[in-house]
Ligand binder design. Structure first.
Ligand SMILES: [Fe+2]
Length: 325
């Protein structure tokens, strides 16, 4: 184990290639509301919010079943979601312990419906950390709840099919973006999010292979929340990934698939929820995370029985898992 000491050059070499204003932005975001978060960190959501989330999932299930039957979405339905479900999601997203929320939101069944609520909460949480205005935040929450509404145009046997999809089936599932756009086209912000939430910064997404600056910003936030929730959930064809593995995998995509600024803010916030938690390293050593490095959020500072370990300096070491989770 080495001491926590850096040469100036070494530290500079390790800083990710973001500009200084971008780094300042990330640090500023990390510090927002820190005091209140540290006080509330171990306060878990009340039973009532848990019940409200379950009720909202049930409501969305019924609404989506109606949309599937009618092949149409009424303006009153959207207004109803805005009035009844958006406030529940906003309340849930205020809870700073996203790690606890992650455990709560792991969809064990009825993935399609729970996914909409889960993505709503995570997107709203991220939107808050990105400093969106109250108005944009409520647009984001509504857009996130309805991002996959186009799946009501896809046969359920295809959505729930265990095992690998054929190429034709996958192409059909991809069309949920276009169906969503068509259902929501009288409300442009919602329609664009439904259409573009699978587009990726590098142009490798679908349906239109748009690149970074051509993608609507709310779609970019929903894309991050969507992938995070999907990886964290049990599906018919894969098991939920552990929390830390999800973060690790998303971190690999900082430059490429997602908006790097948004994703770094998200990863920093997620890693922040692990401060104080016990983890096991790849060499089986156990320690408690005491600090997150904002430039490389997975390279944490840890306290172990034998002293402090700085993962920035221990290149061969990584976090293997969070203990007991
Ligand atoms: Fe989708």
């Amino acid at each position: 184990m080495r001491e926590m000491k850096y040469s100036k050059g070494k530290l500079n070499n390790e800083i990710s290639p973001l500009t200084i204003p971008e780094i300042d932005f990330i640090m500023e975001e990390m510090n927002k509301g820190k005091e209140s978060e540290s006080v509330k960190r171990h306060v878990q959501p009340s039973v009532s919010i848990h019940e409200k989330i379950n009720g909202a999932s049930e409501q969305i299930k019924n609404l989506f079943e109606d949309i599937r039957k009618e092949e149409n979405i009424q303006l009153e339905t959207v207004e109803g979601i805005k009035a009844e479900i958006v406030p529940i999601i906003e309340e849930a997203a205020k809870n700073p312990d996203i790690y606890y929320l992650f455990k709560e939101m792991q969809a064990k069944n009825e993935y399609t419906y729970k996914h909409n609520i889960g993505v709503g909460i995570i997107a709203t949480y991220l939107g808050t950390k990105l400093g969106l205005s109250k108005e944009s935040l409520s647009d984001l929450t509504l857009a996130a709840i309805l991002h996959d509404v186009g799946k009501t145009g896809i046969p359920e046997r295809l959505l729930e099919k265990p095992g690998k999809l054929t190429e034709t089936e996958y192409e059909e599932i991809k069309r949920h973006t276009i169906y969503g756009y068509e259902l929501l086209k009288c409300i442009p912000g919602l329609a664009l999010t439904a259409l573009q939430h699978h587009e990726r910064e590098d142009g490798q997404g679908y349906p239109h292979k748009l690149k970074g600056s051509n993608i609507y910003y709310l779609s970019k936030i929903v894309a991050i929340a969507d992938v995070f929730h999907a990886m964290s959930s049990d599906r018919v064809y894969h098991q939920a990934m552990p929390f830390y593995k999800v973060i690790e995998q998303m971190n690999r995509d900082v430059f490429g698939k997602f908006n790097p600024k948004m994703l770094l803010v998200f990863i920093n916030q997620l890693m922040g929820t692990l401060v104080g938690k016990e983890v096991m390293l790849t060499n089986q050593q156990i320690g408690t995370i005491i600090m997150i490095n904002p430039y490389e959020p997975l390279k944490v500072l840890m306290k172990t029985k034998s002293g402090i370990i700085d993962l920035r300096l221990e290149k061969e070491l990584q976090i293997e898992r969070i203990i007991g989770k």
